[in-house]
Write a protein that binds this ligand. Sequence first.
Ligand SMILES: [Zn+2]
Length: 181
Amino acid sequence: MLRSPINHCKQCGAAVTYRVPDDGDTKKRAVCPACHTIHYENPLNVVGTVAHWGEQVLLCKRNIEPRYGKWTLPAGFMELNETTAEGAARETDEEAGAQFEMQGLFTLLNVARVGQVHLFYRARLLSDQFNPGSETIEARLFTEADIPWDEIAFRTVKETLEHYFADRRRGDYGVHTIDIV
Ligand SMILES: [Zn+2]
């Protein structure tokens, strides 16, 4: 999920160099030596859902790298011109073909090391039937006891599931801010 560095200028195509710009900036940027464009790189948002059906939550078995064959909550990169909740709903539809209604924000996870922020919303499933898309081998429901904890694709997903079942036991769902280091 690491981004590769910028190699060429998006304006003129010249090879860029990574250096601190001369404008008082303090960070190295991809600077074009030909047209002087500075390419700023900022974190990406990953958005998804904890979709639940009674005591169970929906997990998707990944049909794509990275972590092919591992289980994940439905999630993916936010697109332009959508809200975080719209993106989370879109990913849940695309990856699982689920019928659901969106609920509140549940976790916000900073993954500063790779320049990402992950946001998971709770979602109430309206059906236990799924129609997974091409990125998913299998979409199915798991109780807490059945969750394949050693086969979870990402730390952010594992942390979100742990908080979900802890809050479920308490009968009160908070919003959790977590820094993945
Ligand atoms: Zn350029």
